[in-house]
Design a protein around this ligand. Structure first.
Ligand code: ADE
Length: 352
């Protein structure tokens, strides 16, 4: 169940439908719900985390207590919501899904806590954006399963202690560092989700193609996985785009050549970088002589929001060794400089 109080409080979605941004779009929400794995067996990747979760779930069952509250952090698109749904399913619990911007007023968070059933999972996305008041309402609910509610005014002001059904909170964030200490400390399990390997992404691609009745060869799946930035959300989006291309241009079968042609057409290079990634690297190289350049200056040069750069684009560029973060700002690595030069040479060659 996806909770949102009214239209203004819907989880904030990225309405852009660009090919590669791992941010969630409204299209993704429906698409992802249709193909979401429901069990640990069908959830690919994040092996260490899955093993640890299986033990925690088993232990909670044996002790007959709710599973500890969990915090998942890491770049967007790696399956934090999906994993929360898997956990709920594996524990036989219902899940309520919401996001911090939808919990602006005290009554939003109180309402959702009061509506929970015993054992239910509450998933709060972007939990680092929870305001102070909401956080303080959450603390006793997380710790001892009660809410402090004020009634009356002035001299007749009373605080009522209201019990909340025992629940498991799963918080997700792309910015673990922005979470307040007291909130972070109330999670029993805090875990980072990792980028997926090419092999894991290949399995994701094949699974999705299977569900969508798309014919794909092994090589075709490998080609898509290599350009998916370690991110299943991107891999799943690309499967659909490449399948469309295969139907229009060829016989509908996604093989290596079709996949590579389609991805070239979408302006996704062999490193999985899209036009924004390349613009970011090129600006640092050309306008700031390789850096260092401050995040805000870089964002202004690109006409992008600094948060989007930091939370969406940078994590993969950092992990793949294209950029470095220094105390003075972002710097291009020699590896990225070499890659940009090679791409420029390729472009010049294809012109002549
Ligand atoms: N789709 C998105 N993430 C997935 C995952 N981890 N396993 C299988 N399918 C997925």
């Amino acid at each position: 169940m996806i909770i949102s109080d009214d239209d203004n409080k819907k989880p904030k979605l990225n309405k852009r439908t660009e090919k590669l941004s791992p941010s969630v779009t409204e299209f993704d929400m429906t698409f992802e719900n249709n193909i979401r794995p429901k069990t640990f067996d069908s959830y690919i990747g994040q092996t260490n985390l899955k093993n640890m979760l299986k033990i925690s779930i088993e232990a909670a069952k044996k002790r007959e207590v709710p599973l500890d509250h969990l915090l998942f952090y890491g770049p967007p698109g790696l399956g934090k919501t999906t994993l929360a749904c898997v956990i709920a399913n594996e524990t036989g619990a219902d899940i309520k899904i919401t996001s911090a911007p939808a919990l602006e007023r005290p009554r939003d968070i109180i309402g959702i806590l009061m509506s929970l059933k015993a054992g239910e999972v509450l998933f709060i996305d972007e939990i680092h954006r929870l305001n102070k008041v909401a956080e303080e309402i959450l603390y006793p609910a997380m710790e001892d399963f009660y809410l402090d509610m004020n009634t009356g005014k002035g001299q007749s002001l009373k605080t009522l202690r209201v019990p909340v059904p025992k629940f498991t909170l799963i918080g997700a964030t792309t910015k673990a560092g922005s979470l307040s200490g007291p909130l972070r400390d109330r999670f029993g399990i805090v875990h980072r989700l990792e980028f997926y390997s090419d092999e894991e992404l290949k399995q994701v691609v094949k699974r999705t193609a299977d569900i969508l009745n798309i014919k794909i060869t092994d090589d075709g799946a490998v080609a898509i996985s290599k350009r998916s930035r370690g991110t299943p959300r991107i891999a799943n989006r690309l499967v659909k785009r490449v399948a469309d291309y295969a139907i229009v241009i060829a016989d509908g079968i996604v093989n290596e050549k079709i996949a590579n042609d389609a991805l070239d057409n979408l302006n996704i290079d062999k490193f999985g970088l899209d036009t924004t990634d390349r613009a970011l690297l090129t600006v640092i190289a050309e306008k700031y002589q390789g850096g260092p350049v401050g995040l805000e200056t870089l964002a202004a040069s690109l006409g992008e929001d600094s948060k989007t750069i930091e939370e969406v684009y940078e994590p993969y560029l950092l992990q793949e060794g294209f950029i470095q973060r220094t105390s003075k700002g972002r710097k291009l690595t020699p590896y990225a400089a070499k890659m940009l030069k090679l791409q420029l040479d390729d472009m010049q060659q294809s012109l002549f």
